[in-house]
Design a protein around this ligand. Structure first.
Ligand code: SAM
Ligand code: SF4
Length: 324
């Protein structure tokens, strides 16, 4: 559907849980965040109903996220059902990869066409420091299996000066040796992320060129999002940059988000949006639900204001509660 700024909103990120089996330092505090009560989390029937309604409004692509989506029981069946909805062309997932090895065959069978795996380091000790859990080997096995099964697999690497500045060339090398995309993500000053230092993507590109030689921008559109991709002649895959801060892409934003407790969130930066859970539980009709969602999306905020003092209605949650 088209919003008031003429942006085509066709992509919904659904956070299916606020639980996670890692504790990434930029995403949540060591003790975790207060968990949403089970009864306050949308049921699968509620999620499917919302998906059917938004499909009628022109949402074509769904990304399943969390918390960690693979810890929600029954996730494979939910994906299968969403994939069967008329109008939904593509269902993909963002995962930390810990459970991928054991679940990726079922995910493929249920219709998942692409998986983004978050991986910030290839050093086991550093992984344990960043995520507060020693699970890097499981993640690597999951990535290998996903690639082997022919699922489009991307690595999402969040770049943080205090964490992985010296490892970026090693991580980029994954795209040299295999036909996978490695994407470097700029830190956003949200929740626990505020205590760390991000690195502008331009600086990373320069670092990679010093190591591997020239990278050329890829002109054709790859993926559903705002990443810019670069190719190097010696690389089988390509390198992507997602630069929400240094290269604001709000003008082209095509997405909205649904949190696990049913809040339709219109922009990452703000707490603006509407609650869908209560009307769903109070018996709203499909037509009224569609109308409600349409009006909310139509008024999606113009752009984020990260780093602007005194911006209002700013999101106070941690990323684990939003889903990235
Ligand atoms: N657990 C899954 C995962 O890690 O991929 C899905 C949820 S996680 C919140 C989604 C993405 O958000 C991850 O790639 C993570 O690196 C990213 N993220 C978390 N905090 C962030 C921040 N402050 N700025 C930018 N990205 C962040
Ligand atoms: Fe969990 Fe993903 Fe947040 Fe890490 S980034 S704590 S894996 S939700």
């Amino acid at each position: 559907m088209i919003d008031k700024l003429n942006r085509n909103i066709e992509y919904l990120r659904i956070s299916v849980t606020d639980r996670c089996n890692l504790r990434c330092t930029y995403c949540m505090p060591e003790e975790g965040v207060p968990e949403i009560k089970h009864e306050d989390i949308l049921s699968f029937d509620e999620i499917i109903r919302i998906c059917k309604v938004v499909a009628k409004l022109g949402i074509k692509k769904i990304k399943i996220t969390g918390g960690e989506p693979l810890v929600r029981k029954g996730i494979v069946e939910l994906i299968r059902e969403i994939n069967d909805i008329d109008g939904i062309d593509e269902i993909t997932m963002t995962s930390n990869g810990v459970l991928l090895d054991e679940m990726v065959e079922d995910l493929k069978d249920a219709g998942v066409s692409a998986i983004n795996v978050s991986l910030d380091t290839l050093n086991r000790e550093n992984f344990a420091k960043i995520t507060r859990r020693d699970k890097m080997d499981q993640v690597i096995n999951g990535i290998k299996k996903s690639v082997k099964l022919g699922i489009k697999t991307k690595i999402n690497c969040l770049v943080i000066k205090e964490h992985n500045y010296n490892e970026l060339c090693d991580i980029a090398r994954l795209a040299k040796d295999d036909n996978i995309q490695v994407r470097f993500i700029e830190l956003m000053p949200i929740g626990c992320g505020k205590q760390f230092t991000g690195i502008p993507n331009e600086e990373i590109l320069k670092m990679l060129e010093d190591e591997f030689g020239e990278f050329e921008i890829v002109k054709e559109k790859l993926g559903n999002g705002p990443a810019r991709y670069y190719k190097n002649k010696d690389f089988k895959g390509c390198i992507g940059f997602i630069s929400a801060i240094s290269n604001e892409f709000c003008e082209e934003c095509n997405r909205v988000r649904l949190t696990s407790n049913g809040f339709l969130k219109l922009c990452l930066h703000y707490n603006k949006g509407i609650d869908l859970r209560e009307p769903l539980r109070n018996g709203i009709s499909d037509d009224d639900l569609k109308d409600k969602i349409y009006k909310a999306i139509y008024n999606k905020p113009i752009h984020h204001e990260f780093y602007k003092y005194n911006s209002v209605d700013v999101e106070e949650k941690n990323m684990v509660e939003i889903g990235g």
